[in-house]
Design a protein around this ligand. Structure first.
Ligand SMILES: NC(=O)c1ccc[n+]([C@@H]2O[C@H](COP(=O)([O-])OP(=O)(O)OC[C@H]3O[C@@H](n4cnc5c(N)ncnc54)[C@H](O)[C@@H]3O)[C@@H](O)[C@H]2O)c1
Length: 377
């Protein structure tokens, strides 16, 4: 036996895939999850309310980390902790600030205080962080110098000047490495940065090797489809399946890094199985970038829908222009590289969407909500 992993949030999208990967590699796996209705409301569930996609070999505990004693009770025999439970909507975090901070920052605090207070057998920790903590990605100026520019101003965005410049000079986006200064622009991202720092500092104090994996845009089967606050690929597929055009902010040329959930699960599994005594952060991305327009066109091609995206020319407050990962540090430490191509991964996501219940399309309702709160301009 490789060890016993407790995955908080293990019934969710990434956690459930990670459970499969860890079981394949000989770990025992327990999940602790409160089955948030926003995430699991549309999933096919068994008689006890668990998603049917969960591996039968997974031991399940239904409970909220924030409730007294729940996390402590889940720790029996656990050797490795993987903390994924969180509220994950970047846009939603800007209106539900108390809920997000309670679940994300206080959730981390409960886990860490429990680990420091009770006797347990945890010898390694991996925690999910996010690319959102970078804010803008890294850029290079015409003189070749790497730079970490501040966020675009409202004035610039009001002029619909989407690209970054510094002192009048245009900047070119380059892959973002872990040493880029952090400029989180949403409550979710601020929670995630705090989260990362809290885990690394307490993990070090307790002598438990701890890694924070900064996940880029993760996609794949089991992704919640009707939750409009999360993955853009799933939202676009929902729209296209309803014969609606994907709604695209700005001009659609903003670039992101889409990484398949199996590659993310591999990265977590490698970090958990490693013997390296370290307290460090690692990017987990595909190492390739794609524009939001590119995603929309790829999906309409794969879905055989002749529907062009609708370019809104509006911007979401706090959105960044470009960010994609430099993945060299993860490979160097743990020897893992992403395996899935974008088309391959999207085909699999589409297959999942076809088999899932037809999603309710909340795209326009969500857009109205964000516009009403002055978060889309
Ligand atoms: N999906 C992405 O693209 C992405 C990108 C960067 C980081 N992340 C991070 O990865 C982690 C997993 O994300 P996901 O996409 O699988 O999300 P998800 O919403 O599918 O899964 C999260 C799970 O956590 C559970 N949960 C939430 N609060 C809980 C609590 N207080 N107690 C117990 N369970 C709770 C939910 O019920 C859900 O099953 C999160 O920490 C997220 O911030 C995800």
């Amino acid at each position: 036996m490789m060890g016993h992993v407790l995955i908080t949030g293990g019934a969710g999208f990434i956690g459930s895939h990670l459970a499969d990967t860890l079981l394949d590699r000989g770990f025992e796996v327990t999940i602790l999850d409160c089955l948030l209705p926003q995430v699991h409301g549309d999933a096919e569930v068994d008689a006890d309310g668990w998603p049917t996609y969960l591996n039968p070999a997974v031991r399940r505990i239904r409970g909220d980390i924030l409730d007294d004693g729940v996390f402590e009770a889940a720790l029996g025999g656990v050797t490795h902790l993987c903390h994924l439970a969180a509220s994950v909507g970047v846009g939603q975090s800007m209106t539900n600030i108390v809920d997000y901070t309670r679940n994300n920052a206080l959730g981390a605090a409960v886990i860490l205080e429990t680990l420091s207070r009770v006797s347990h057998t945890v010898r390694r920790i991996a925690v999910a962080s996010s690319m959102s903590i970078y804010g803008e990605g890294a850029y290079r100026g015409a003189n070749g110098v790497l730079t970490s520019p501040p966020a675009r101003t409202h004035e610039q965005l009001a002029r619909r000047e989407w690209e970054l410049s510094l002192n009048g000079e245009m900047l070119a986006p380059v892959a973002t490495g872990e040493d880029k200064p952090l400029h989180p622009t949403s409550i979710y991202a601020i929670n995630k940065r705090d989260h990362e720092e809290m885990f690394l500092s307490v993990g070090r104090a307790l002598g438990i090797p701890t890694v924070a994996l900064r996940l880029f845009n993760v996609y794949g089967s089991r992704q919640a489809l009707s939750n409009p606050y999360t993955g853009v690929a799933a939202i676009f597929i929902s729209r296209l399946l309803n014969d609606q055009p994907p709604l695209i902010f700005e001009d659609g040329e903003q670039r992101r890094d889409f990484v398949h959930v199996h590659d993310v699960a591999n990265a977590f599994a490698a970090a958990l199985a490693s013997d390296l005594a370290l307290w460090d952060v690692f990017n987990v991305g595909s190492g390739r970038s794609i524009s939001v327009n590119g995603i929309a066109f790829t999906l309409s091609r794969l879905l055989r829908k002749n529907i062009a995206p609708e370019i809104l020319g509006k911007y979401r407050v706090g959105d960044i222009r470009h960010c994609f990962a430099d993945i060299g540090k993860l490979e160097q430490a743990f020897g893992v590289r992403p395996q899935r191509s974008f088309d391959e991964g999207m085909d699999e996501l589409i297959e999942w969407v076809r088999m899932a219940k037809p999603p309710e399309d909340r795209g326009e309702a969500c857009l109205r909500e964000l516009t009403g709160s002055r978060l889309v301009i």
